[in-house]
Design a protein around this ligand. Structure first.
Ligand SMILES: NC(=O)c1ccc[n+]([C@@H]2O[C@H](COP(=O)([O-])OP(=O)(O)OC[C@H]3O[C@@H](n4cnc5c(N)ncnc54)[C@H](O)[C@@H]3O)[C@@H](O)[C@H]2O)c1
Length: 383
């Protein structure tokens, strides 16, 4: 494959825009955009000078890579379409899910259905020979990459990890509807720290024993705290979740017996709260994803910084603000696009690949099955 790599973006919303912006300076060009909404794809094309296509099918012949930035329920169909057309794939989180109603399907049924679909996606992508980059930005965060270097250099053993992604609630109107998102906080937010911890144990296994350490079993609890009759709403948290959890705790047991604990919720004020803490046999690391403490910005009055994007999910640009230097730097979103472009041009697997995307998804749905049984241990299927 020759540079520049021609990227076709499906979905012209928030993620589609930052994927396009993060291609700057790379050996790639946005060669097309599409979206179900004609006005949205036209606006993206006009703003960024990108050719607009009516559908993914119409765009595929003109690109080398399909970059899927659409809602989760459309990911699987687009992955299959790209693979069958011989095009590489970039796909946003969450990789895949179960999009039926939780009222008419048990979580056990969801786990079985998702497992079958993941097997089919793995076979389709595998037989097509294309590469798939799963856009889990935690894996590319500078702090997580520093931890990977330490694991590889010192052959450290991770004994336990704690990790979290939480904030005061997504703004997307589709968030909180199971049939749109495939679940609530666990899949929508928890997929990030879960991806990070599964990646680090995978890397540890490759460094120490020559094979990845995988998640073997999980125990999980999920709760809808803002739906409790006892919840006192002061108006700072989003509360409009239809049929999903707004809090989840996932305990992961790896195949070597070590553990990780993931907390995720929509119940945290004061900005995003995103980290992985590693407790190893020879070191301890706090990987801050956001905020990172590179810039402390002070504003005496919120009018000074009105409308400025300084840090995700803070409700006021007044007082001391732990601003990010630039959106996408500390959380890995710049670095993930570089790796996808470089690996696809070189014909090698990206750092965050299909195997990891599958393990993350299986651990999430094993978690939902466990939560249905009030935390009983559930095995993570092995495809
Ligand atoms: N990694 C991250 O931090 C991060 C951040 C935000 C969103 N995301 C992920 O990116 C994806 C998109 O989220 P978003 O926030 O950009 O949503 P969005 O609503 O801002 O944009 C979605 C876009 O997809 C289009 N669309 C919807 N269904 C489609 C279909 N079937 N085919 C083609 N286009 C379709 C919409 O018209 C819209 O242009 C989701 O999977 C989300 O979880 C990831």
């Amino acid at each position: 494959m020759t540079a520049p790599l021609r990227i076709g973006i499906a979905g012209s919303g928030f993620a589609g825009k930052f994927h396009h912006k993060n291609l700057r300076g790379l050996a790639a060009v946005t060669a097309g955009v599409t979206s179900v909404r004609p006005e949205s794809r036209a606006a993206f094309g006009a703003e960024f000078g990108v050719p607009v296509f009516d559908s993914v099918e119409a765009m595929l012949p003109h690109v080398d890579v399909l970059d899927i930035c659409t809602p989760p329920s459309s990911h699987a169909a687009y992955i299959r379409a790209a693979a069958r057309a011989g095009k590489h794939v970039i796909v946003e989180k969450p990789f895949h899910g179960f999009f039926g109603s939780p009222e008419s399907h048990s979580k056990e049924e969801m786990l079985a259905a998702v497992t079958g679909e993941l097997r089919d996606i793995r076979d389709t992508v595998g037989s097509s020979g294309v590469l798939l980059g799963y856009a889990e930005n935690y894996i590319y965060a500078p702090s997580v990459q520093r931890e990977r270097q330490i694991l590889e250099a010192t052959k450290a053993q991770i004994l336990r990890m704690t990790a979290e992604e939480s904030h005061s609630g997504s703004h997307s109107p589709f968030y909180g509807i199971w049939s749109e998102q495939g679940g609530g906080s666990l899949i929508g937010k928890g997929c990030h720290p879960l991806g990070g911890v599964l990646y680090l144990k995978r890397k540890e296994g490759l460094a120490r024993r020559g094979s990845p350490i995988r998640p073997a079993a999980v125990s999980c609890r999920t709760h809808a705290i803002t739906k409790l009759p006892a919840f006192e709403d002061r108006g700072y948290l989003r509360t409009t979740y239809k049929d999903t959890e707004d809090y989840a705790f996932l305990h992961v047991i790896f195949d070597d017996g070590t553990v990780a604990d993931i907390t995720t919720s929509e119940l945290v004020l004061g900005g995003v709260y995103d980290f992985i803490e590693v407790f190893a046999n020879n070191h301890r690391t706090r990987c801050r994803i956001q905020p990172v403490g590179v810039v402390d910005l002070y504003s005496p009055d919120k009018r000074e910084f009105a409308g400025m994007d300084l840090m995700e999910k803070i409700s006021s640009n007044e007082g001391w603000i732990p601003a990010y230097p630039e959106f996408g730097w500390s959380n890995g979103q710049f670095a993930e696009m570089r790796d996808f472009v470089d690996s696809m041009l070189a014909g090698r697997q990206p750092e965050c690949d299909l195997a990891l995307a599958i393990d993350i998804t299986l651990a999430i749905y094993a978690g939902y099955a466990s939560a249905d049984r009030k935390g009983q241990e559930v095995e993570v299927p092995l495809l």
